[in-house]
Design a protein. Structure first.
Length: 210
């Protein structure tokens, strides 16, 4: 199965992608995690991307598209994958089409902006494997450490209120048009992201298997 996760920053895409990845045995490809890794390692791509991320802006399409092309060519993607954070613009979506990638379903998780701001302030991410948690809604059973690999959990630098608002503005203007784009293709599934992780996961699975 080849899936795309859509939704505003903090809508729960990463958490649901992990659940779906475990269920279907396919990798989650998070462009955000790949880019943050490049920033941490101070690669040329990482340095270029950091300038935009620090301003709450999207990384330019050409940089992200190159990253995705390389990742989809890896062996673990042969039986399917979940794209989390790509495409974020119509240009990126058309680039994905141009690669010849046929997407089975696009899962759009809908959440109110006010709830997103509340969620992001409590979000935590593994400093090693990138697994996502929330101090209230999805806490790690190991407290401040990751359940999967045991590394420390950290707050993301872009999860401060001013940057969150900027990221939401960017989402509404540049990414939200993808909802209509994929609805026209007939492979969009919309689900409410306002509930517990388990409730949202149950609704998402039903939507994917419908």
């Amino acid at each position: 199965m080849k899936l795309i996760m859509l939704g505003a920053p903090g809508a729960g895409k990463g958490t649901q992608a992990q659940i779906l990845s475990d269920k279907y045995g396919i990798p989650t490809i998070s462009t955000g995690a790949i880019i943050r890794g490049a920033i941490k390692n101070e690669t040329p791509t990482g340095k270029a991307a950091k300038i935009y991320i620090d301003r709450g802006e999207l990384v330019p399409d050409d940089v992200v598209i190159d990253i995705i092309k390389e990742r989809l060519d890896e062996d673990d993607c042969k039986n399917g994958f979940i794209l989390d954070g790509f495409p974020r613009t119509i240009t990126q979506a058309k680039a994905l089409d141009a690669m010849g990638v046929e997407i089975d379903k696009v899962l759009d998780i809908e959440v109110d902006d006010g709830l997103i701001i509340e969620r992001l302030s409590g979000r935590r991410e593994c400093s090693s494997c990138g697994a996502t948690y929330h101090i209230k809604n999805n806490p790690s059973q190991k407290g401040e450490d990751c359940e999967r690999c045991g590394a420390k959990l950290v707050s993301r630098a872009d999860d401060n209120p001013e940057t969150i608002k900027s990221r939401l503005d960017v989402y509404h203007s540049q990414t939200e048009p993808l909802i209509a784009f994929y609805k026209e293709k007939g492979n969009l599934a919309e689900v409410s992201g306002e509930g517990t992780v388990e409730q949202i996961s149950e609704i998402a699975l039903k939507a994917l298997e419908a």
